[in-house]
Design a protein around this ligand. Structure first.
Ligand code: PEP
Ligand code: MG
Length: 585
């Protein structure tokens, strides 16, 4: 059966399906002999005590760092742990059913969460998330680092889920996860971006696929066309495999460009950066032939964990990436939390419009101590290579100035204490909001560079939620409004003598990258997977042709017009395998 969705990460995968239920741990049902029931109950008490200790430590740390208000959520969690009803029900369950604690405990918590999910009161309904959090905390103790369900894949598989958070996708292993399919999400959801960074063929927004797919069925994923097959016949599966083999041989051919610069036929060079999410991924960037790291999404450091990363921990990680990439530059984008990237221990709560809410630089400035710690770690890493730093989602001058003041204070302190760092570290900001586009001339006076975050710029310019699969047909980076915003930003930056990069997903499409080059960008940053193809495209065109096409595109009145123009003016110059009908843009 065939399903259509949104092409989110290119590539083809064929293999057994694994349907992933939202759960952090794989809990097994095992019998407990009557003589061992007492021991099992003891284990339960120990797990509760350990979880309580963990939580209390976390609570006090957050209270000291962020204040009592932010810590209050953990008091609720402690109350759940101390609930006499919970203790009684689980103890009785173990005795009565003769099954292991984790199994009984999960059963109790799931039933309680389901009950809460049904009540009318919205406040109570939202407490469901607290129950789930406490459940995971206790299970972690009980299972003592047991493998997570996704680590336990019985064989390399096509993973299908309703949804998967960015931090969960970040730990997917490309070798084990052949392909990835979700029922919700858009092409620039962070989960999709991370999957692309891992080189995992992905289709998102495939409504209803989990109603038919079962673990063990055969699945085929086409991450170029946005198609998924469940139990395809022999012939269809064969076609997928053939396409897969062809694409792999193309990728091998592109490896030859690794050490070549991204220079046009008439000699204009553009810097090609790689986007990474976690330390260690710089190896892929080097293999792909990147000139540097154009976007290190540092917030992933804060996700998928239960407490703040320390300065030392961050310093060691940032230093590692910086040293490995030296003398190439690394741009650390300071924590961009909020929106779809929520670190619950920082006191984030439900918001009606998370992407218009407590996000990016707003969130960071609200937590000055946490932010300062990160800035210090980045400054310290700058002693070991070429470091740049930029801030996400700036929407007015005040935010930039407040952040710059924080940096100046951190730098002065390091200077005073004789801590090695680069005092000239380049500080820039992301252009992701329409307001920053229109004050780009003002912002350029206070920053050394801009990096256009087109994923958000498209979302905010067109007023289209980047995560909403229902609107994905309207989420269009080639809309004239977006191109004109980019053009305006580049002009303002260049007038002030600043350089401009683009690090959103549109930079990773070979044809669009050529158009952006024509608009005058100095740097393009993309996933490691996209980089060799963009390099091949840039090396196949002349800058004057790209420039002419870009200026003509600015006169177009619709995205369809821009696409037609690209087809007419640019595609004939590009190698045919880069423009074959399989690019999601
Ligand atoms: C962007 O918005 O284009 C960007 C690069 O940042 P992120 O995708 O992490 O929001
Ligand atoms: Mg962004």
């Amino acid at each position: 059966m065939r399903y259509d969705g949104i092409a989110a990460s290119p590539g083809i995968a064929v293999g057994p399906i694994f349907c992933y239920q939202h759960e952090e741990y794989a809990v097994r049902d095992t019998p407990v002999a009557p003589e061992r029931v007492g021991e099992e109950i003891e284990r339960f008490h120990r797990a509760l005590a350990a979880a309580r200790k963990d939580l209390a430590r976390l609570r006090d740390g957050i209270a000291a760092e962020l204040g009592e208000l932010e810590a209050a959520i953990y008091d609720t969690h402690l109350m759940i742990l101390d609930d006499p009803e919970l203790l009684k029900a689980v103890e009785e369950g173990i005795r009565r059913e003769g099954r292991n604690t984790a199994w009984i405990f999960r059963g109790y918590m799931s039933a309680a969460a389901a009950r809460l999910g049904q009540v009318q009161d919205e406040y109570l309904r939202e407490r469901r998330a607290d129950l789930v959090d406490v459940e995971r905390r206790v299970l972690r103790q009980l299972l003592e680092d047991a493998p997570r369900a996704l680590d336990e894949l019985p064989q390399p598989s096509v993973v299908m889920a309703h949804d998967l958070g960015p931090s969960e996708v970040a730990v997917l292993k490309p070798g084990r996860v052949l392909g990835f399919v979700t029922e919700v999400g858009g092409r620039t959801s962070h989960s999709a971006i991370v999957a692309r960074g891992r080189g995992i063929p992905t289709v998102v927004g495939v409504r209803g696929v989990l109603q038919h797919a079962r673990t063990g069925d055969l699945g085929a994923v086409d991450g170029y066309a946005g198609q998924v097959e469940v139990n395809p016949d022999e012939e269809t599966a064969g076609r997928y495999r053939q396409r897969q083999a062809m694409l792999e041989s193309e990728a091998r051919a592109l490896v030859q460009l690794k050490d070549e610069p991204a220079v046009t036929l008439d000699g204009r060079t553009v810097e090609l950066g790689a986007n990474i999410e976690l330390p260690g991924e710089e190896e892929q960037a080097l293999e792909a032939g990147a000139d540097g790291i154009g976007l290190f999404r540092t917030e992933f450091f804060y996700l998928g964990r239960f407490e703040l990363p320390t300065e030392e921990e961050q310093y060691v990680a940032y230093r590692g990436v910086t040293e490995r990439m030296a003398p190439r530059p690394v741009i650390f984008r300071t924590m961009d939390l909020g929106g779809d990237k929520v670190a619950s221990y920082l006191g984030a709560s439900h918001e009606t419009n998370p992407f218009l809410g407590w996000r990016g630089i707003r969130f960071a400035l609200h937590h000055p101590d946490v932010f300062r710690t990160q800035i210090r770690a980045i400054y310290r890493a700058s002693a070991h290579g070429r470091v740049r730093m930029m801030f996400p989602m700036v929407s007015n001058l005040d935010e930039l100035l407040s952040t710059t003041r924080l940096c100046v204070a951190v730098q002065a302190e390091l200077e005073r204490k004789g801590v090695p760092h680069d005092p000239q570290l380049e500080i820039g900001l992301m252009i992701e909001t329409p307001s920053s586009v229109w004050i780009a001339d003002v912002l350029a006076r206070h920053a050394r560079f801009f990096s256009i975050g087109s994923n958000d710029l498209v979302q905010y310019t067109l007023a289209i939620d980047r995560d909403n699969e229902r609107l994905s047909h309207l989420y269009e980076p080639l809309e004239p409004a977006v191109l004109r915003s980019i053009h305006h930003t580049i002009a303002a930056a260049h007038a002030a003598g600043r350089w401009v990069g683009i690090c959103g997903e549109m930079a990773g499409d070979p044809r669009t990258a050529v158009l952006l080059l024509g608009l005058g960008v100095d740097e393009l940053s993309m996933t490691c997977f996209d980089l060799p193809r963009v390099k091949a495209a840039i090396r196949s065109v002349r800058y004057d042709q790209a420039r002419e096409a870009a200026l003509a595109a600015l006169e177009e009145t619709s995205a369809a017009g821009v696409k037609a123009l690209m087809r007419d003016r640019l595609e004939s110059h590009l190698p045919s395998f880069l423009v074959a009908k399989r690019s999601p843009l």
